[in-house]
Design a protein around this ligand. Sequence first.
Ligand code: RIB
Ligand code: CA
Length: 351
Amino acid sequence: MTTHRFLDRRAFMKRSGALAAGTLLPTSFASAANAGTARRTVIIDADPGQDDAIAILFALGAKDRLDVRALTAVAGNVPLDLTERNARIIRDWAAGTKTLPVYAGCPRPLARELITAANVHGKTGLEGVELHEPRAPLAPQHAVQYLVDTLAHAAPGSVTLCALGPLTNVASALIEAPQIRAALREIVLMGGAFFERGNITPAAEFNIHVDPQAADVVFASGVPIVVLPRDVAVKAPITPARVAPFRAPGNRCGAIVADIMAAELAYNKKRRGTEDAPMYDPTAVGYLVDPSMYDGRKVNVVVETTGQWTLGETVVDWNGRSGRAPNATWINEVDADRFYAALLDSVSKLP
Ligand code: RIB
Ligand code: CA
């Protein structure tokens, strides 16, 4: 029996069940803090991943709005040894004077075998761009321990977690140290689907489907959560006309973003015969940069963790039928043109 990094699996399943039932954490819903004008302190947890790369560059270019403290890598689109390597490569692309720490986290979901999306993102996880050997090593600590140690000593409501992959690292930290909840202003995550159907199964979006137990723990945690689901990703689609402007600034990161978007368009054209592609992870960073570009509703969200055909489905009580307390802000609208203008403005400030 594989032992979970911090708990043996039996103990983990028992505690996470307790956590999900709210006995370890209050299940009261704190209202999602408004982003306001102050600069946000952010930790990005990701599984790079083509769209993760664009999202991370978006965040690193938006220095006037975001203070990105670290990247934590999780297994998802491709195995952990590639997601952590890709996170270090992306860091190099955006290199400022300070080297942003990259931590490697969980190599597999809490209770399932890992499934990847290498068929989409390519065997490197960053199909469409030339890769180099990362110029700096990983930070030595496990990502979950980094999250626990950092949040355990952070001021109340001072840190935003931006989660762009399966929620394994985030859930593990919450299970290991429930008290870190106090330090979290919000968890802003890309994941789930409600008005749109799934992308990995008819019912489920990839990030939630890969690790439904982790998602269940996060949605039951009581931390203010903002969800950027497939419902939004398809309303800010990548199109050929939206690629060209990223080449105009003439900088390396602009060209990389254009190349990745072009690769995503080519994949969707080949696989689905469409001329556009959903824009996933960067919509979560867009929310951090300027939430006024979006609209949504505070709702109750539960995650299907046992369904044979619906595993990982996000069941959204959009009309308040369940009587369950709201536990997330579900975003279902975005001003796509403002989003792409913000993304371009940010990426054009990078090397
Ligand atoms: O369903 C889209 C999500 O799955 C994105 O985060 C993408 O990077 C993949 O991880
Ligand atoms: Ca991702």
